[in-house]
Ligand binder design. Structure first.
Ligand code: ZN
Length: 154
């Protein structure tokens, strides 16, 4: 009898853990769906703005729900951005957009690449370190207010 209880308890614990995980995933996905459009508008507008200067060719622009990256550039010239970019300061968002834009010309992090970035964002070093402090964290509860609070500071 005791063994059976132990097994049942173990199962219940497992089920509640799975349920919690599903809830968390759903919440994260809701945040993504909620802010995806705004992120897309912001990114496309700023890409066009900065590309008046750079004049590069880029492919598809996608907004993603990424855990560890703010943005990426594929070899084919497609650009991806994290939807959480909408919670950053305009300067931080611009830096991320310029960073990925410059990868269209320099697919590396060489001195030449950073020189290109600096043409539009001369203070990129400070912005980079501010982004490193924030990190790309799950956007929920206190983290959300942290992001928004961070926006008010700068
Ligand atoms: Zn890069």
């Amino acid at each position: 009898m005791r063994r059976i209880f132990k097994i049942i308890n173990g199962r219940l614990y497992y089920i509640s853990r799975v349920k919690r995980k599903i809830k968390k995933t759903r919440r994260k996905n809701l945040n993504y769906l909620k802010h995806k459009k705004a992120a897309s508008v912001l990114v496309k507008e700023r890409l066009e703005y900065f590309n008046q200067f750079y004049n590069y060719k880029y492919g598809r622009v996608a907004i993603r729900n990424q855990k560890t990256r703010w943005g990426s550039c594929s070899k084919k010239g497609n650009l991806n951005f994290n939807y959480k970019i909408v919670f950053l300061t305009p300067k931080q968002a611009d830096y991320i957009i310029v960073h990925e834009l410059c990868h269209l010309k320099e697919f590396n992090h060489s001195v030449r690449f950073w020189d290109l970035v600096a043409k539009a964002v001369p203070e990129y070093k400070e912005i980079r370190s501010s982004l490193r402090q924030i990190g790309v964290q799950p956007l929920s509860g206190s983290r959300k207010s942290f992001y928004l609070g961070e926006n008010k500071v700068k």
